[in-house]
Design a binder for this molecule. Structure first.
Ligand SMILES: *Cc1c(COP(=O)(O)O)cnc(C)c1O
Length: 419
């Protein structure tokens, strides 16, 4: 018998593995799963063992507790209590209450997050408010810096927000932002993790440089919240937004969140001052007076069914240490890359996700010339990843329910498909 090859150096871009690796890596996956302190969390989700679900970075799996809660909200809170539920079932205060449940996952003290609307809409609120605030400090600040690899909606919204405020947009790589901040910068809008490559951008460094230059930052946490620690308060981030249907498992189209740092809340001048953010909404007054605190980020009537489904979904985080989530995420993505190195013929795929752990989110993106057909063939084999044009295969690793066995199976299927 030859030595197991699974422990040797492997590299997805390098030479292929030898004849024996399947047994070794499957074995190793089983051991890693046996030692995984988060392994029991998988049972809190509706998943089937026939499928390897690596698309939790697009739509998180359904937490088991959600259907019963949603059924109760519909049948009892809506069906029986009807309008009384706005007060008696806590509907009216749900946006802030659910925000406070997300807060520990992004390193925020209570009272700074409000849940509602989509990420796109919250990007708009944050960018316009940030430009207004920066202008108040220094009227000459006219530039909005946008991460050039941004998820498109952020870029479109920033462009419109800039036009409305008389600012201009400059797109540049996130890594170059620190050097680009100057007396004309109003705000930088940056994705914490790049949705296409899985690259983790430097939140502490970029935020510090922005503040040093007197500018504001808006971080988009769509691909980081729930996958890795985020230190919003510790890094004194000004504004942050993020969606809740990816790593937070809130369900399709579940409402997004907006974070406004506590010290800035009094100065938050929302471009969408709806009646829900009024200091006294039921006064139905003709003039707008903004509420204090996180409430100021609200617009109109919250989407209660989605919001309460999200609230229940967030119970899976009870007792979870986000540092353990990060450790498992890195172990999973490292292990997946090793399996890909062993199973996939050299040169067929190339990882575009940074190899360095400090630069990696919780996904692996592989460049592959026929990525679209490969994705379809994988789905046929029960391995659900996704495809980003023109040639990127994306595999999201959701530490609460992805196992090392899933990673091994996915890489093995990929080797078969591209082989
Ligand atoms: C998923 C995602 C969005 C989605 O925005 P919606 O308004 O929810 O459609 C926005 N930004 C980033 C970075 C994303 O990854």
């Amino acid at each position: 018998m030859s030595e197991p090859t699974a422990h040797g150096p492997t590299d997805p871009a390098g030479p292929t593995g030898s004849a024996q690796p399947p047994v070794d890596l499957a074995d190793e996956a089983a051991k890693l799963d046996a030692g995984d302190e988060l392994a029991a969390k998988r049972d809190e989700f509706v998943l089937d063992d026939a499928t390897v679900y690596l698309d939790g970075n697009s739509l998180g799996a359904l937490p088991r507790a959600v259907p019963a809660r949603l059924a109760d909200v519909v049948a009892r809170e809506w069906g029986e209590l009807r309008i009384r539920s706005w007060s008696e079932s806590g509907w009216w205060t749900a946006p802030e209450r659910v925000g406070d449940r997300i807060a520990p996952l992004v390193g925020a003290a209570p009272g700074q997050l409000v849940v509602g609307d989509s990420t796109s809409v919250n990007v708009f609120k944050a960018v316009v408010a940030a430009v207004r605030m920066a202008r108040e400090d220094a009227p000459g600040r006219h530039e909005v810096l946008v991460d050039e690899a941004t998820f498109p909606t952020d870029g479109y919204i920033a462009e419109s927000a800039a036009r409305l405020t008389g600012a201009t947009v400059r797109a540049l790589p996130a890594a170059e932002m620190p050097a680009a901040f100057g007396p004309y910068t109003a705000v930088a809008l940056v994705n914490h993790v790049d949705y296409r490559t899985g690259q983790l951008n430097d939140l502490p460094g970029t935020t510090a440089y922005a503040h040093h230059a007197g500018a504001r930052v808006v971080w988009d946490l769509c691909h980081s919240a729930g996958a890795l620690p985020v230190g919003l308060d510790a890094e004194q981030v000004d504004f942050a937004v993020g969606c809740t249907y990816k790593y937070l498992n809130g369900g399709p189209g579940s409402p997004a969140y907006l974070y406004v740092r506590q010290q800035l809340q009094d100065r938050f001048d929302s471009p969408l001052p709806g009646w829900n953010s009024h200091a006294d909404p039921f006064a139905m007054a003709p003039g707008y007076v903004p509420a204090d605190g996180a409430v100021r980020g609200r617009v109109g009537t919250p989407d209660i069914l989605s919001l309460l489904a999200l609230e229940e979904a967030l119970t899976v985080w009870d007792g979870v240490d986000i540092a353990a989530v990060r450790a498992k995420s890195l172990a999973l993505t490292d292990f997946f890359l090793r399996c890909v190195g062993a199973y996939v013929r050299g040169g067929r795929v190339r990882s575009v996700t940074p190899a360095a752990q400090r630069l990696r989110g919780s996904q692996i993106s592989l460049r592959c010339s026929d990525a679209e057909t490969v994705t379809a063939a994988l789905i046929e084999r029960g391995v659900i990843g996704d495809f980003r044009r023109p040639d990127v295969l994306r595999f999201g690793f959701t530490p609460l329910y992805t196992s090392f066995g899933d990673a091994e199976r996915a890489a093995r299927a990929l080797g078969e498909v591209v082989g």
